[in-house]
Design a protein around this ligand. Structure first.
Ligand SMILES: [Zn+2]
Ligand SMILES: [Zn+2]
Length: 639
């Protein structure tokens, strides 16, 4: 199916969100290499001897698609539509869809991250109801690269569709381990691996070409979607980081050819970092910075970064060796119940793919007895993730490794928006311990971003001249800046700044427009439970967190007359003082409110409940301010 085409190059990224490091189970299932030879390669990477634990195959719960299928009339052959299930106006939850000749092609299937007030450590992903109703017309999912915000929802969403998956080997190996760990029912032939140096293949009515772009993870791809309606360049995440130790830079030659093709109908382009004015720091420069720090540091040096940034790990290892240190990774020691491919597994995958040599970087246990000043340790936790190594270290939860005042800790990462308070906790904790730190705020070239800044966008739009620009993967303001530059510098004729669920109709020579909009949403995964993002459980939790709750138990007879003083308790409103003033006030208000009800009214539980809610508000508002309206829960005891 996949025709290997060119010998192009290789690549890298940055925003490798929040990995905690967890167990996976490799049961020996494999991925298919769909090439001209249609070979099925048997994997020999039974690297783990972990036995399957009792993880329930959660994702298979969603396997049954019972939604009534929608029958649509196919649009004319010279029309192609684009829409996003998630990924516009926010970073994360990337899931984009192209429709042509009545068939749907999905590009990426990623996780988003929740606000702290509804459980910051849980993850969310797109509600795919719209697509599930069109399941029979979905021809495949292409994954541009292996970051969580692009592939992390596959374990939950793919079983709903069971369609062919197209990805490079790095992503394929990661996905295989995740699917095996989750007990997801898939066939090796479901995962079609294409050449990361460039490939061409067909998916339904879509002719696909992929080529390499540099990013902070190996094998990131730009995707060209060719149809009888014209071509679309879908960039995925990209930067122009031209000095990467493990792979080639972006395939500029092919980018120029595609970008100058008059048939290039649209460019759907990453917008993440367009606000940044400074030119890209290269991985090589980060390596030089790390080497300088490691040569001067008196004791151990610990570097925290993303587990999928293989190029960074390589730079770290080379810097350590140049400074006379032994590089290692500190593997997790606290597997969580949900399987996860973490730092040790990414090291293994990188070795399997030839990006790292097994001697490049060892495991901490192999070097734990050598003198501290000879140690260099790479670990996760740069975003203060709860179970990641650095956070656990700062909390003193790692038995075999304790922080010492002679340690130096290097944050080789930005702070992902939304993680400020967690990272601030780490900075403060380390400062209190007297540990020397290096961060992006005090040390130059300590991190190379996986996304392009303004200077790289200028180069990009010197090469790429689409008719229509559709910015993605950014906040509204960065998407707008991207679109403006595409028009001013790249010669785009129209910009389409759209929302998730807006279906953009594209036709050569016609103005693009939003032909239809549907409601998008997200699902929150808490442990093994899926919840709608706008559902009552999460809404209630948010309300409880911000406004507190009052719990009232009413003892009433059949006629609705009080038989006892109402029991009142609260959460997050006033002290748990059973003789408290607020409690007594509420009891009095409730008693009076019920007394005022007519004979007929009081027989209705709804009327009684409303009377209680009114009474609670009457007491709470003067106490807490007009804007506070606590959740009020009423229980009835009939006497
Ligand atoms: Zn990425
Ligand atoms: Zn991304």
């Amino acid at each position: 199916m996949v025709k290997l085409k060119r010998n192009a190059q290789d690549m890298i990224e940055k925003v490798s969100f929040l990995q905690n490091g967890d167990d996976y189970i490799d049961d020996g299932k494999d991925i298919a290499i769909a090439s001209t030879k249609k070979a099925v390669e048997k994997k020999s990477d039974k690297k783990t001897n972990k036995k399957p634990n009792n993880i329930k195959p959660k994702a298979t719960v969603n396997n049954k698609n019972t939604l009534k299928q929608v029958v649509e009339t196919a649009e004319p052959d010279d029309v192609i539509s684009f829409f996003a299930m998630g990924g516009l106006e926010h970073v994360g939850q990337n899931m984009y869809v192209y429709k042509h000749k009545g068939k749907y092609l999905i590009v990426d299937c990623g996780m988003g991250f929740l606000d702290d007030d509804v459980g910051g450590d849980d993850t969310k992903y797109s509600d795919t109801t719209y697509l599930e109703k069109r399941k029979k017309d979905i021809v495949g999912i292409i994954l541009t690269h292996g970051h969580e915000d692009h592939v992390g929802a596959m374990k939950y969403i793919w079983p709903k569709f069971n369609c062919p998956i197209y990805c490079t080997r790095f992503v394929g190996k990661f996905l295989t381990r995740t699917f095996n760990g989750m007990g997801i029912d898939y066939k090796p032939s479901d995962i079609n691996v294409f050449d990361h140096n460039g490939a061409s293949f067909n998916v339904g009515p879509f002719e696909i070409e992929t080529f390499h772009a540099s990013h902070s993870i190996p094998e990131a791809q730009m995707v060209v979607i060719k149809t009888s309606a014209g071509k679309i360049l879908h960039t995925g995440d990209w930067t122009f980081n031209d000095a990467i130790p493990i792979e080639n830079p972006t395939d500029y030659a092919r980018l120029r050819e595609i970008g100058s093709d008059p048939d290039l109908l649209a460019c759907v382009c990453d917008s993440t970092e367009i606000k940044r004015q400074e030119p890209q720091t290269t991985e090589e420069e980060v390596g030089i910075t790390l080497e300088g720090i490691m040569k001067k540091a008196p004791g151990r040096v610990m570097v925290t970064g993303y587990s999928r940034s293989i190029a960074r790990i390589k730079e770290f290892a080379d810097a350590a060796k140049a400074a006379g240190r032994s590089p290692c990774i500190k593997e997790r020691s606290n597997p969580r119940p949900v399987p996860y491919v973490g730092l040790p597994e990414f090291r293994e995958i990188a070795i399997e793919c030839g990006y790292l040599d097994k001697n490049d970087v060892s495991l901490f246990k192999d070097i734990s007895t050598i003198p501290a000043e000879k140690q260099a340790i790479f670990m996760t936790g740069s975003q203060g993730e709860k179970y990641a190594m650095l956070t656990r270290l700062c909390r003193g939860h790692v038995k075999e490794l304790k922080l010492m005042p002679t340690d130096t800790i290097v944050f080789s990462a930005i702070i992902i928006p939304g993680r400020e308070s967690e990272v601030s906790f780490l900075y403060n904790k380390l400062a209190k311990l007297g540990i020397h730190t290096h961060t992006i705020f005090d040390t130059e070239k300590v991190h190379a971003n996986g996304h392009a800044g303004r200077p790289e966008y200028e180069r990009f739009y010197d090469l790429v001249h689409p008719q229509v620009i559709i910015p993605m993967h950014g906040e509204y303001v960065t998407e707008m800046l991207n679109a403006k530059m595409a028009m001013e510098r790249g010669g785009a004729k129209q910009m389409m700044l759209v929302h998730n669920g807006d279906i953009v109709r594209l036709k050569k020579g016609d103005e693009p427009y939003v032909s239809e909009s549907f409601k998008t949403g997200f699902i929150v995964m808490e442990g093994e439970t899926e919840r709608p993002g706008d559902g009552i459980v999460l809404k209630t939790r948010k309300k409880l967190a911000t406004e507190g709750a009052v719990f009232v138990t009413l003892s009433v007879d059949k006629r609705g007359y009080l038989k006892d003083v109402p029991e009142v308790s609260s959460a997050g409103l006033f002290e748990a003082d059973t003789t408290g003033f607020a409690k007594r006030q509420i009891q009095i208000e409730i008693t009076n409110a019920i007394k005022d009800l007519g004979k007929g009214e009081r027989k209705s539980q709804d009327v009684l409940r409303e009377a209680v809610q009114r009474a609670v508000r009457t007491v709470i508002r003067p106490m807490m301010g007009d804007r506070k309206s606590p959740a009020t829960h009423v229980h009835f005891v009939f006497k």
